[in-house]
Design a protein around this ligand. Structure first.
Ligand code: VAH
Length: 311
């Protein structure tokens, strides 16, 4: 059986639903410190779980005979900058608890998400290589790079089967945005429908790597279903890149009267420290990764997902 910790979050919500489709509702246990959306709560087992409490996690694992864990809990970039100690504590203690339970032999396989946030201002910005200068300049990125190194350590030293992806900005409609710098690309759709206009907190030409959620979920499950790799690699994965201006133009193809304004704030500095695009050829080679949804298709899927009728 499979446990998703952080099942009420942006990625956790969609992982629960997709994994239940594949493995059956009763075999996928959702867990979070707060209730999830209707679909998650109604379609299968849910456990309230504080991921900083290792005993709590162990009890849930034993109660449901769980062997595979997706640890989808993190304080994202914006909130982490405002609360460094709290973000570090949560992002790291949750990972240590799960890696330690794997070392005890209670968990067989772990997915732990990393992020393009591990890259910093000195990293080559275009087609950022899998292996390159990696000096994060955000609290969130520092915690994600530290997490990658701990996963590599537990994999090498204790033979733990832990797998990771460096997600780009993810765009989805089943949950509302939660404290990420890339979340302008989610908020914009709600505003485009509601007010036909949006004021963006990034400059118009700030290019970031992005991906539609379905591609990220498929990548995650494909990686977890692949034969085990010899060494731990936190894979770059990419789909498309755009600036707020380019996203607004893509939305205007569906909503011609949509307008955008710009009022950059502290999040601009976070965005500028990250790559514009990533080289994900290693993921393609190792386990057949390729994105399916492009920018225009993503815009249509988001508007339809938010019940906007495409004319
Ligand atoms: C954030 N959505 O904005 C997350 C992600 C690469 C961006 O890490 O913080």
């Amino acid at each position: 059986k499979i446990l998703i910790i952080g099942s009420s979050g942006q990625i956790g919500t969609e992982l629960v639903l997709k994994l239940r489709e594949i493995y059956g509702n009763e075999n996928v246990i959702a867990s979070d410190i707060r209730k999830g959306n209707y679909e998650v709560m109604e379609s299968g087992p849910f456990e309230f779980l504080d991921v900083t409490n290792k005993k709590d996690i162990e009890e849930v694992l034993i109660k449901h005979q769980i062997k595979e864990v997706y640890l989808m809990v993190a304080i994202l970039s914006v909130i982490a900058e405002q609360n460094p100690q709290m973000a570090w504590d949560l992002n790291m203690s949750s990972l240590f608890n799960v890696l330690e339970l794997a070392r005890k032999g209670i968990i067989d396989k772990v997915f732990w998400p990393s992020s393009i946030a591990v890259f910093g201002p000195e990293t080559p910005k275009k087609m950022t290589p899998q292996d390159t200068i990696i000096k994060p300049s955000t609290v969130y990125g520092i915690s994600k790079l530290a997490g990658e190194n701990w996963c590599a350590y537990y994999s090498r030293k204790y033979g733990i089967d832990v797998r990771s992806l460096r997600y780009p900005g993810l765009i989805s409609y089943k949950t509302t945005p939660g404290g990420g710098t890339t979340d302008y690309a989610v908020e914009i759709f709600y505003e485009a429908i509601r007010r036909k206009s949006y004021t963006c907190f990034l400059k118009e030409d700030t290019v970031l790597p992005m991906m539609y959620m379905d591609d990220a979920i498929n990548a995650t499950i494909n990686l977890m279903q692949s034969p085990r790799m010899d060494d731990y690699i936190s894979y770059n994965i990419g789909a498309f890149s755009f600036s707020p201006k380019q996203l607004a133009e893509a939305i205007q193809k569906q909503i011609p009267e949509f307008t955008i304004a710009y009022n950059p704030d502290s999040r601009q500095e976070i965005a500028e420290s990250w790559p514009e695009s990533v080289d994900d050829s290693q993921a393609g080679k190792d386990w057949g990764w390729e994105a399916k949804t492009d920018l225009d298709k993503m815009v249509v899927l988001m508007l339809q997902g938010l019940h906007y009728t495409i004319s």
